[in-house]
Ligand binder design. Structure first.
Ligand code: ZN
Ligand code: ZN
Length: 360
């Protein structure tokens, strides 16, 4: 009789501990499956910010105003004399070479963010265990544990408590055991991510670091619909129309004279004083009243001005072949480069600042 009852007890506790273990395993697997994508995303978000802050501290180009940045970009194009850079986004290019050069900074940034977040998760596991294990008054220990866990991680990553409803009623009585059961799968999660980061490129960021960097340059980023130059207003959603002082040869955005291969070397500011017309949406509009073509034309105030920056004269001469190839056009006929522009080549010998000054 005595033996029998003992055996029953034994079986009972064996059953419970087996159920307990299965229950903990189910819980841990479910939870880690939810943590994995949240951790990965948090690492990339954190890294994008870290790269941005690091570059703002180290690159003078990213410390001044946007006008200053534009000068830096033009100077870079002239210094490198490499047409490929004209086609690429300057900020993106700088971020890429900073992150992916021989120093493998991207991997280091990612590992650093991962370590930080991993420590956050471990400490959230510890503190929720600590808080919950003594709450003998509570039946729903697991639900309480999850509340604490998610609350602890709110700042670090996006792990909504509502996503964990599926496991909140798990029968886990041994909360301390839960803590130790989490350790191994979490370490495996970290190691997998580390391996992935060894071959990381810039494609996995939910928001690209260069986009974040660009956003720090306040001001309007609208581009002239005729030449592609950027509005110089320092307010993002400014009143009135977009405006800028130096328009550029329209060939820079590949505009050609209608019905020919001739690239348009004139700037929009000189054309708006001419009798030429523009073909928009199946209709012709006089350039003197370009705004009649509707948005985006109507959102711009292009002041007539016949001057052109020496920089762009030099640029068109220097990269003539490349521009012709890029836009399948020719600097011929109406797009013939004036003799006087060729002389701008020599101005490259002058300090670059003077290239950016207005010259007739
Ligand atoms: Zn323009
Ligand atoms: Zn604007």
């Amino acid at each position: 009789m005595y033996l029998n009852s003992k055996r029953e007890d034994f079986f009972k506790s064996f059953q419970i501990s087996c159920e307990g273990a299965t229950s903990v395993t189910t819980f841990v697997v479910f939870l880690c499956d939810k943590i994995a994508p949240a951790l990965r995303q948090a690492v990339y978000e954190r890294t994008a910010k870290a790269i941005t802050e690091d570059m703002q501290g180290k690159f003078p180009d990213f410390q001044g105003s946007r006008a200053n940045l534009e000068v830096c970009i033009l100077r870079y194009l002239a210094e490198e004399e490499n047409f490929e850079y004209f086609k690429d986004d300057y900020i993106e290019k700088q971020v890429q070479s900073y992150c992916l050069d021989g120093n493998r900074r991207l991997e280091k940034f990612l590992d650093f963010s991962l370590d930080f977040l991993y420590r956050n998760i471990l400490s959230a596991v510890s503190s929720s265990t600590q808080i919950v294990k003594d709450r003998i008054d509570r039946e729903d220990k697991i639900s309480l544990w999850l509340d604490e866990f998610c609350r602890e991680l709110t700042e670090a990553m996006n792990l909504p408590r509502s996503d964990l409803k599926g496991i909140e009623h798990q029968e886990v009585t041994d909360i301390e055991f839960l803590r130790s059961a989490m350790a191994e799968p979490l370490a495996a999660l970290r190691d997998n991510l580390r391996k992935e980061f060894a071959d990381a490129d810039m494609s996995s960021f939910p928001k690209q670091p260069h986009t974040i960097l660009a956003e720090h340059f306040s001001g309007c980023w609208a581009q002239c619909p005729l030449c592609g130059a950027v509005c110089t207003n320092t307010m993002q959603e400014h009143d009135g129309k977009h405006q800028l002082v130096f328009h550029r040869p329209q060939a820079l955005v590949g505009r050609r004279w209608y019905g020919s291969d001739d690239l348009a070397i004139d700037s929009c500011s000189s054309l708006v004083a001419s009798n030429y017309t523009i073909y928009v949406g199946g209709k012709w509009y006089g350039l003197r009243t370009y705004w009649e073509a509707g948005p985006p034309y109507s959102t711009w105030n292009i002041l007539p001005d016949s001057s052109m920056q020496a920089y762009w004269k030099w640029f068109v001469c220097r990269f003539r072949t490349e521009l012709e190839a890029l836009y399948s056009g020719k600097f011929q006929g109406k797009g013939k480069i004036p003799e006087s522009w060729q002389r701008s080549n020599q101005e490259l010998l002058l300090p670059l600042a003077s290239l950016l000054c207005k010259s007739l």
